[in-house]
Ligand binder design. Structure first.
Ligand code: FPP
Length: 242
């Protein structure tokens, strides 16, 4: 969508996905523990949602905890889970006030029971909100998501509900955690790493990528504008010719 932002005409992506990387290094630079960085990262995320909404983004999807993050220390995992708890608890009134719909993607069955309950309550309470759609990836892994979708389809084939020859890309998309969400137009990864790390492998097939050295806790409105400017210059052809 074309928008004038701070006097500049920009093409704002409908859907932005973000790999919020660099919290640990941000804390280390300040001689602080890693969880101090995650707290700053959670604050940056809260502001990013406000900024994305104000800039005209319709969907924001962020990677908060991956299926691989369980390999971190118990102390770090507990710290991140407590930030997630705090967010889930406070998000209902805030999201309703700002008309934000929240969805959680990933395998929630492996999360703590109180977190599963809070997810259910938050999704339910914000289901009819029509403003920005916020998707939080918790215990998310792209290959895990595809594996779960394939199992579901295999069950349907076994039960005779669907024929193998009727399985299309649309059917596969409709079994993923992101079933109600269009594919991201732009992926942002902070902290200088240039990988997608099992984040939305199916959905990012045609997305533009923007990598920045900014560490996630330092990511702000100007960083967003820089990413959107980069996106505005791209010419998306989806494999065709224009
Ligand atoms: C990557 O930085 C960050 C994470 C794995 C965790 C992201 C979590 C948050 C931003 C907090 C989530 C909070 C809410 C409210 C949902 P890193 O630790 O890998 O940084 P490093 O590469 O510098 O070590």
């Amino acid at each position: 969508m074309e928008r004038i932002i701070d006097g500049e005409k920009l093409n704002v992506p409908e859907h932005i996905a973000i790999i919020m990387d660099g919290n640990g290094r941000w804390a280390k630079k300040r001689f602080m523990p890693r969880n101090f960085g995650h707290k700053a990262g959670a604050d940056a995320l809260e502001q990013a949602l406000v900024d994305a909404d104000e800039l005209g983004v319709k969907y924001l999807t962020v990677y908060a905890f991956s299926t691989e993050n369980w390999k971190r220390s118990v102390e770090e995992i507990t710290g991140i889970m407590n930030l997630i708890r705090r967010y889930l608890e406070s998000a209902i009134p805030k999201s309703n006030k700002n008309n934000v719909r929240v969805r959680i993607i990933g395998d929630r069955t492996k999360l703590a029971p109180d977190i599963i309950k809070a997810i259910h309550n938050l999704e339910d309470a914000t289901r009819t909100n029509t403003g920005i759609q916020f998707n939080l990836a918790l215990n998310y892994g792209g290959r895990d998501e595809i594996t779960r979708a394939m199992r579901e389809l295999a069950e349907e084939v076994k039960e005779g509900k669907i024929n193998p020859e009727d399985i299309t890309e649309e059917i596969i998309s409709s079994r993923l955690d992101t079933r109600e969400v269009p594919d991201p137009d732009l992926l942002i990864r902070t902290s200088g790493e240039e990988r997608t790390s099992n984040f939305l492998p199916w959905q990012l097939a045609y997305s533009e990528f923007f990598f920045t050295d900014t560490l996630w806790p330092d990511f702000n409105r100007n960083s967003f504008i820089e990413a959107i400017r980069h996106y505005s210059k791209r010419d998306r052809r989806y494999g065709g010719v224009k």
